[in-house]
Design a protein around this ligand. Structure first.
Ligand code: AP5
Length: 227
């Protein structure tokens, strides 16, 4: 199964990807994570994308789709994957169709995380990540047991550089200008499933798993683009 998690920054895509993976084992491919890891390694790709990530602008489509193509060819993606943060433009959506067709696969459906802007800003401002293992927390909604210390490995918790107020505003603007059109595009194609992402993580996971179950049982899914 190949699915896309679509929604604005802070909608909870990454949090749900981890939960969905725990439930059904579907591989999680996050373009943001792939870029941040390239940045950490100071690779050519990392140097190429640094400015985009720091400013909240989108990395050019060609660079992004080339990176995704490589990731799709890794053995763990052979049975499909869950794309988080890709596609983010209409061009990337066309690239994805082509990448999947070249591999004799299809896009099964898109989970759209529908969240208010105020909720997204609140979530991004309070997000903390473990420096060592990458586990995610939120200072209000998913706090670590000990302040600034990862429950899993004891690593230090840090704020993402693009989670500062000005950059959060810019990222949400970029989403509105370049990514939100994909909601209509996938809706028109009958691939979109809308989730209310303003609620608790467990409620969102339950709704997402219910959709996965229905789609997993039948390739002809009645009632696509439903809540
Ligand atoms: P990326 O890493 O993809 O960032 P994003 O899309 O902006 O998404 P986030 O990771 O910020 O949010 P999320 O929805 O995953 O929320 P999360 O689960 O963490 O991209 C970063 C950058 O890379 C981009 O700006 C761009 O430069 C580049 N890039 C990436 N992909 C690209 C592409 N395709 N093309 C071009 N450039 C690209 O949750 C947020 C917080 O809320 C956490 O603290 C969490 O604990 C908390 N939380 C989650 N769910 C809930 C809930 N239900 N209730 C309460 N709190 C919650």
């Amino acid at each position: 199964m190949n699915i896309v998690l679509l929604g604005p920054p802070g909608a909870g895509k990454g949090t749900q990807a981890v939960a969905i993976r725990k439930h059904c084992g579907l591989v999680h491919v996050s373009t943001g994570e792939l870029f941040r890891s390239a940045l950490k390694d100071d690779s050519d790709l990392g140097r190429q994308v640094k400015e985009y990530l720091e400013s909240g602008r989108l990395v050019p489509d060609k660079v992004t789709s080339t990176m995704v193509a490589r990731r799709l060819d890794e053995p763990d993606c052979a049975a499909g994957c869950m794309l988080d943060g890709y596609p983010r433009t209409l061009q990337q959506a066309a690239d994805l169709d082509e990448l999947l067709a070249q591999r004799e696969r299809i896009l099964d459906f898109v989970l759209y995380f529908d969240v208010s802007e105020a909720t997204a800003v609140d979530r991004l401002g309070g997000r903390r990540l473990c420096q060592a293992c990458g586990a995610g927390y939120h200072i209000k909604y998913m706090p670590a047991k000990k302040e600034n210390q990862c429950d899993a490995c004891g690593g230090e918790l840090m704020q993402r550089t693009d989670d500062m107020p000005d950059t959060i505003r810019d990222r949400l603007k970029v989403y509105g200008e370049q990514t939100s059109a994909l909601v209509e595009e996938y809706d028109m194609r009958g691939l979109l499933y809308r989730l209310d992402a303003n609620v608790s993580p467990t409620e969102i996971t339950a709704a997402a798993m219910a959709i996965l179950k229905v789609v997993g049982q039948s390739s002809t899914v009645p009632g696509r683009s439903k809540t």
